[in-house]
Design a protein around this ligand. Structure first.
Ligand code: GSH
Length: 223
């Protein structure tokens, strides 16, 4: 069985969990916090980053969420996540990169520093200026999701794809912190509720970061 090195609020590990779940693949979670230097883990990934998907029986490790998802899609092709014509697949990859890079850089990354690292590791208060700025940027990203869902069935087009799971993985971390004001974003909210209701999402909604409980609406699929 695959071992997934992760920590509960890593959006990239969440994206891999969703891909594994959608493909019906079993996996065991191995928690690994970025601030705990673990020499054994460094042997698997010298960069020290999660997610890492490891097959201990074959001593084979996959690193980087996109490389992992592409590998799973190529080797478990029954339920494709990067699908359709070459043009459709390019659009899926564009949106995956947008959420992995821009959304993470604008919102999830700063929130993880302000609300997780400062609280659990640095024992500092969050910077309210940074939090206000992420709120403004979040509205811009939600506006874009509204636009996509108003014009398409799913984020990248007519079919559910890795773009939806990548975006939902990032948003789930923001939702864990209770930082989403959905007012004025009905389309994005409706789409996220549908994503949250998928069976592959259930394990994510149960995971908790020690010392940092989720807000009440987080695990409620109707919220
Ligand atoms: N592009 C990578 C990003 C992975 C990443 O940034 N992981 C973070 C946790 S969310 C990490 O392990 N950070 C620790 C570090 O950079 O030392 C992916 O998609 O897997």
């Amino acid at each position: 069985m695959w071992h997934l090195y992760h920590f509960p609020l890593c959006p990239f590990s969440r994206k891999v969990q969703l891909a594994l779940g959608e493909k019906g693949l079993g996996y065991e979670l191995v928690p690994l916090y970025p601030w705990d230097a673990d020499p054994n883990f460094r042997q698997l990934n010298p960069a020290g980053r999660v997610p890492v998907l490891h097959d201990p029986t074959k001593n084979f490790a996959l690193i980087d969420s996109q490389a992992i998802c592409e590998y799973l899609d190529e080797t478990e092709s029954d339920r494709p996540l990067i699908l359709g014509s070459a043009r459709s697949r390019a659009e899926i990859r564009r949106l995956v990169a947008l959420f992995d890079e821009s959304f993470f850089g604008d919102i999830t990354g700063p929130l993880l520093v302000e609300k997780m690292k400062k609280r659990l590791v640095l024992r500092q208060s969050p910077d309210s200026k940074v939090l206000r700025h992420t709120q403004r940027l979040l509205h811009d990203h939600l506006d874009y999701i509204d636009w996509l869902i108003d014009n398409r069935r799913w984020l990248a087009g007519s079919q559910l794809s890795l773009a939806d799971f990548t975006a939902a993985a990032q948003i789930s971390v923001v939702d864990y912190f209770g930082d989403i004001d959905w007012k004025g974003h009905d389309s994005a909210h409706g789409w996220y509720r549908v994503m949250k209701s998928r069976p592959s999402f259930a394990p994510l909604l149960r995971q908790k970061m020690e010392g940092l409980p989720p807000t009440r609406q987080y695990a409620d699929v109707n919220a």
